[in-house]
Design a protein around this ligand. Structure first.
Ligand code: NAP
Length: 454
């Protein structure tokens, strides 16, 4: 028999994670009227918006304006925000199943991939995702010991994250001080001795993952010249054929060729965009001092193959920017190889079978790809299936919205509601205004909790 869901017994949905995919899932749930819903959005941090706050570059404020629409979703009377509530720590899988008819895991991909080369564990070798979290004021990374006391930095990878960290390293303190970059990062970047940033792509320009807008920005830096070797832009036949009908890739190539033709303007810093080189070892005594690269060629499948020709670059830091990676959640199936929750269009699979009432959205569903907006369609697909399943889902025994609030209180969990967050948000923005910045981020959870109090 189909479930009788109505205004008195709406479908209770818990969304785990308040980044783009979680909020877009909540939005898709409230934008339909076929099934009455009440949605609770949980985040382990007191602040919502996930990578919009902690991933998007501080000098890309226009991208962050997407939070206005996200805030509207959280302000809907059918949605509640529970910040500072961690899945697995404050609420277990069993707790959620007792209070909710459907769970949507939208936790993103909080770890990163490794290179698997000698020296990767040396101090000074870290992931770009950690570096990004550090300068964006993520509470877990505020104490990262970042040293920018050598002239060279290697950034491994040719995606937009690599471009972001390269740009932040290339910008001057004056430029950065107008952003919402974390207060602990600004003095370190202001005193940076970095002059040469090497972006290292293992394949050619036709395989680079960055988008045109981001690439173009590297050529517009006030503080840094962009240097490209013309010989590294020469395409093999297969690469040329592969991008012949791809306007965005052709545009990237055109921009790179223009970069290669520029005489250096003698700016204080240099961004070197290098292709067809793979790091094979990170070297140094006690910390990173050099990186050894092997020159590559592309095989018939356009994979990078070493040529046995090596070179070394003097660098004091190596940022691997080779992709984010999902992390397993307690009691939730996980595909180690893909770094995602196994799923079919968002329906979670347990041992190959659809697990009723469990769903995934965003990077933990499809892997770390696409831009913020990609998560809208992704979450909408998941929610479409969830709503299709709603009439036949096993209903939660304790759906009363107050029951979960009581449970958190009993456990001494200091949940941060939307009103708390809005207070903290306003404080950050007011403090920022006084300094001509969009906001000054609070980076300690304890401080956030204190300031969020009425
Ligand atoms: P990405 O776009 O997947 O790029 C990863 C890069 O790492 C690729 O160039 C890849 O090269 C390289 N790589 C992987 N393994 C490697 C290895 N072992 N050795 C050397 N290189 C290796 O990932 P991302 O930059 O982390 O970005 C994640 C997502 O966020 C992307 O969809 C991105 O567009 C998005 N994002 C968007 C913005 C923006 O819109 N402004 C900003 C940041 C991030 P191969 O191609 O050879 O594998």
């Amino acid at each position: 028999m189909a479930n009788q869901l109505d205004a008195n017994r709406p479908l209770r949905v818990a969304v785990i994670g308040s980044g783009p995919s979680g909020i877009y899932a909540a939005e898709a749930l409230i934008k339909q009227s076929a099934v009455p819903v009440l949605v609770d959005v949980f985040d382990r941090l007191p602040t919502p918006y996930g990578l919009v706050r902690y991933g998007v570059a501080p000098d890309h404020q226009t991208i962050k304006s997407v939070t206005k629409a996200m805030q509207k979703v959280l302000q809907d009377p059918r949605v509640r925000f529970f910040g500072n509530v961690a899945y697995g720590r404050d609420l277990t899988h069993a707790d959620l199943r007792r209070h909710y008819d459907a769970l949507v895991y939208a936790v993103g991909a909080s770890s990163d991939r490794h290179l698997g080369i000698p020296g990767e564990e040396l101090p000074g070798s870290l992931s770009a995702t950690e570096f990004v979290a550090w300068y964006n004021g993520h509470p877990d990374y505020q104490h990262l010991p970042i040293r920018l006391d050598a002239q060279g930095v290697a950034v491994v990878g040719m995606g937009n994250v690599a471009v972001d960290v390269t740009r932040i390293l290339a910008k001057s303190a004056d430029e950065l001080s107008q952003t919402d970059i974390a207060d602990h990062a600004l003095p370190v970047l202001a005193e940076s001795r970095v002059t040469d940033i090497f972006m290292l792509g293992r394949r050619g320009p036709a395989q680079a993952k960055f988008t045109t807008k981001e690439l173009r920005e590297l050529g517009e830096l006030h503080n840094a010249d962009v240097l490209v070797r013309p010989e590294e832009l020469e395409l093999d036949e297969k690469s040329a054929a592969a991008i012949a009908d791809q306007p965005a890739m052709l545009k990237n190539l055109e921009i790179l060729r223009e970069f290669a033709s520029r005489p250096p303007a003698g700016k204080p810093r240099r961004v070197h965009i290098r292709f067809l080189v793979s790091p094979v070892a990170i070297l140094g005594e006690g910390r990173v001092q050099r990186i050894r690269l092997e020159k590559n060629r592309l095989d018939e499948n356009l994979n990078a193959v070493g040529t046995g020709v090596f070179e070394e670059l003097e660098v004091g830091m190596v940022l691997r920017s080779v992709g984010y990676k999902g992390v397993p959640l307690p009691e939730v199936p996980f595909d180690e190889r893909k770094g995602i929750i196994p799923n079919q269009g968002g329906r979670v699979l347990r041992e190959g079978q659809v697990a009723p009432g469990e769903y995934a959205a965003g990077w933990i569903k499809r892997g770390p790809s696409g831009v913020i907006g990609t998560n809208k369609a992704d979450a909408a697909e998941t929610v479409r299936l969830l709503l299709e399943d709603a009439p036949s889902l096993p209903l939660a025994p304790e759906p009363d919205p107050q029951a979960v609030t009581r449970l958190l209180q009993e456990r001494g969990v200091q949940a941060v509601g939307l009103d708390h967050w809005l207070r903290l948000d306003a404080l950050e923005c007011t403090q920022g205004q006084a300094q001509g910045r969009p906001r000054v981020k609070v980076t300690s959870v304890a401080k956030m909790l204190e300031l969020a109090q009425p």
